[in-house]
Design a protein around this ligand. Structure first.
Ligand SMILES: [Ca+2]
Length: 340
């Protein structure tokens, strides 16, 4: 068993500790990267060069061959995993998995349902902002990223001309299947805009309520797997994993929760759509993002990270960061509303 007080945690802090945030920001935030924006037009230029290389009056057969070559180069991203046709979208069942372009995030269908959001006053490690507990009912299934958005997925956005050409630093831990880090809430919105445009579907962040609902996956325990942190269930400061307090783990390195979602607990903290409110008084009860009446300069983050003590990984735990913070333990995953 592992409690917050047991952990000699260099990065532990008091909730609302603005000094900590400032310190973190100075230490590791704002990795403004001036790398040149990758040109998504490179393929078009290749095609253009090929066109110029073909003699003007060669046979129709040669033109057909060229056309086929162009299609072969352009097609894969859109044909390997096309956006879901409406009939297939309507037929989706909970736990079904889909993705809508070759390098788009895998999405899992989460069922409709109700849960108790927040924590009881008796829960060790909780804070006042986790109350009052209230019932939230999510009327319809929705889709949630199976994993945190990875560097591979982020870099595909940049290569395709999206994400403002921003290539976040990986801290020397590697890119690939590790979760993208050093991305602000504002950066996450650029990825979502690219993904939505590419697929023609409305991708978005999860609301805070959706995050907790999807993380709990039908449980009301402190963690999705029980009331203690256990061993090697996640990546945190004292989770018993090989990455604890050092770095991110490749996504999917731990068991999925009951809805088939990975790393909702730990690894990187994740941005949500919610603006920050210091209690749940007046919170929506339908799972929608809580924007009204809040401080939208600060956005709610969820799930804890590889640097944080187990108390911050509790299902009810939440925190916030200013929307332009870029931190080495902060990423995101995407969600999508499904057509009825
Ligand atoms: Ca996470």
């Amino acid at each position: 068993m592992c409690f917050l007080a047991d952990v000699a945690e260099p990065f532990s802090y008091s909730r609302g500790d603005v000094a900590f945030e400032r310190e973190q920001r100075e230490d590791e935030g704002k990795h403004h990267n001036n790398e040149t924006r990758q040109q998504a037009t490179s393929l078009a230029r290749k095609v253009g060069r090929r066109r110029r290389a073909v003699p003007v009056l060669t046979s129709l057969i040669a033109l057909c061959v060229l056309g086929t070559a162009i299609i072969a180069q352009v097609a894969p991203a859109s044909t390997q995993a096309p956006p879901l046709p409406p009939t297939q979208e309507k037929a989706l069942k909970p736990k079904d998995i889909f993705k809508e372009c070759a390098k788009c995030p895998e999405m899992v269908v989460v069922p409709a349902g109700s849960f108790t959001m927040g924590s009881p006053p008796s829960e060790p490690g909780r804070s006042a902002e986790e109350g009052p507990q209230h019932t939230v009912t999510i009327a319809r299934p929705f889709a949630v990223g199976r994993f945190e958005v990875t560097f591979d997925e982020w870099d595909a956005c940049v290569a395709d001309g999206g994400c403002n050409g921003y290539k976040p630093a990986d801290e020397g831990w590697g890119r690939g299947r590790r979760p993208v880090i050093n991305v602000s809430w504002d950066d996450a919105q650029t990825y979502i805009a690219w993904l939505s445009k590419k697929t023609g579907k409305s991708y978005r962040l999860l609301s805070g309520a959706e995050y907790e609902y999807a993380m709990r996956a039908g449980t009301q325990t402190v963690y999705p797997w029980g009331n203690t942190i256990g061993t090697n269930n996640a990546n945190c400061h004292a989770c018993g994993s090989r990455w604890d307090a050092k770095q991110t783990a490749p996504v999917g390195s731990f068991a999925a929760n009951g809805y088939g979602l990975y790393d909702m607990v730990g690894n990187v903290r994740e941005w949500t759509e919610d603006c920050y409110h210091d209690t749940y008084n007046g919170a929506p009860t339908d799972g929608s993002a809580w924007i009204e009446g809040g401080n939208c300069y600060d956005r709610v983050v969820r799930g804890g990270s590889f640097l944080l003590a187990p108390a911050f990984l509790r299902s009810a735990s939440r925190y916030w960061f200013t929307s332009d913070y870029r931190l080495r333990y902060l990423g995101f995953r995407v969600a999508r509303t499904l057509a009825p």
